[in-house]
Ligand binder design. Structure first.
Ligand code: AMP
Ligand code: MG
Length: 404
């Protein structure tokens, strides 16, 4: 039996090469960017008019001119016009390129426009503050060639907009690994079935598949009965078709817990079996030539804990995500755990007035109590070296829902 830290180190020593693919930017939300996004031109690419109104020469205002005959209209999306006569003005629309020979924009709200002899004259009612007011200067958001989004960023709507604006209809992202999620156990029936009194519906595969979806991975689901022949029969195929196998159940000391033995028989090298933790002590980890194998204890909270504590952070790294600092949270009350095991405490998260993450224990009824997970937000890792965990002490937090 090894401690949590060592289990983590062994897992992190194994890599999975996920490869890279091009996807349309419209389908890239949540994916991990595997190239950088750079501005292809200045942003904005031209001196951009920020208000509907008129464009004038500021020196004309300075010299006392208040009324400007309107010589034409500069629309957004039209090539740049030039003001021929400096005592005139051009009407300008938001998003238009600033006309040549003008340097100041006065918005309609600060003008009065009158008709005289069939031509329109704009008279300034409110003094302009400065030359170049209401003009967004070329390149002031970002100069052309500036790095805007770094490789390894998880794409959100903010980055998608940037990719669109710099002209990237396709982006390079990590390919998801091929993942098989495999439940085991004769007592399990499908979720569309009515279980007999001695049966239960298998839930772990759905939990794991849903968790993998959060990383953009679509897993395939399988089931194995507690039958040596069947396991032997199917494992080989699964190991050759998938990059990653996540099994649940069948790894403890039960008479029918065949999984570790059958994995080893199928040339999966055991890297560890059993971790000094609760829940999830029987956790088994190994790898074959082609595949990485996590075999998790079947109790739903154990499966869940092992996924979020070990598999999720490891997968994020394999997908090339930028490393985040491990969040910590402060206990809001004393907590005792007597065993010499790392304890993963289910906690509800709140924020202190100072903005510190606070963790309130939400004690469930043990590792089968998956309903309790709905009341909490994350798992607080209470290290095995201690038994008393005091209020206001901080510990590593593994969140399983986005906060705020
Ligand atoms: P095992 O690890 O196979 O000894 O299973 C431990 C406990 O978890 C047993 O009570 C199983 O019925 C339960 N269990 C195993 N697999 C699943 C599953 N896929 N969904 C829900 N419960 C499960
Ligand atoms: Mg079982």
């Amino acid at each position: 039996m090894i401690p949590v830290k060592e289990a983590e180190e062994i897992i992190n020593s194994i890599t999975l090469d996920t490869g890279v693919e091009q996807v349309p930017v419209s389908e890239a939300t949540g994916r991990v960017l595997r190239e950088s996004i750079t501005s292809d031109r200045d942003l904005p690419p031209f001196d951009r008019v920020m208000m509907d109104g008129i464009a004038i020469r500021f020196d004309q205002w300075k010299q006392g001119r208040r009324s400007f005959p309107i010589a034409g209209l500069q629309k957004a999306g039209a090539p740049r016009q030039t003001l021929r006569n400096g005592v005139h003005c051009l009407e300008v629309m938001t998003g238009a390129i600033l006309p040549g020979n003008t340097d100041t924009v006065i918005r309609y709200e600060d003008l009065e426009i009158t008709e005289k002899d069939g031509s329109a004259i704009a008279t300034i009612q409110k003094p302009p503050k400065a030359r170049r007011q209401n003009i967004h200067a070329k390149g002031t958001n970002r100069a052309g060639g500036t790095l805007i989004v770094e490789e390894g960023t998880v794409l959100s709507s903010a980055e998608i907009g940037v990719a669109a604006t710099v002209g990237m209809p396709q982006v390079k992202v990590s390919s998801p690994p091929r993942v098989a999620v495999i439940s085991t156990g004769d007592e399990l029936v499908g979720i569309d079935q009515q279980p007999l009194p001695h049966q239960i519906r298998g839930s772990n595969s759905y939990t794991l598949a849903a968790a993998l979806r959060e990383l953009g991975i679509k897993a395939r689901l399988f089931h194995l009965d507690d039958d040596k022949e069947e396991i032997a029969d199917k494992l080989g195929g699964l190991l050759s078709q998938f990059d990653l196998l996540i099994l649940s159940g069948g790894i403890s000391r039960g008479k029918l817990d065949y999984i570790p033995e059958m994995l080893e028989q199928n040339s999966v090298e055991r890297l560890f079996h059993k971790v000094r933790q609760r829940p999830g002590k029987p956790f088994w980890f190994g790898r074959s030539v082609q595949a990485v194998v996590f075999a998790l204890p079947g109790n739903p909270v154990s499966t869940f804990t092992c996924y979020y504590r070990y598999i999720c952070p490891w997968l994020k790294r394999q997908l090339g995500m930028q490393e985040e600092k491990q969040p910590v949270a402060q206990l809001t009350e004393d907590y005792t755990f007597e065993k010499k095991l790392t304890y993963f405490l289910q906690v509800k998260i709140s924020q202190s007035p100072e903005g510190i993450m606070q963790a309130t224990p939400v004690k469930g009824k043990g590792s089968s109590d998956l309903a309790n997970l709905c009341l909490a937000d994350g798992l607080l890792e209470l290290p095995e070296e201690k038994n008393l965990f005091s209020r206001e002490e901080s510990f590593s937090l593994y969140l399983y829902r986005p906060m705020w």
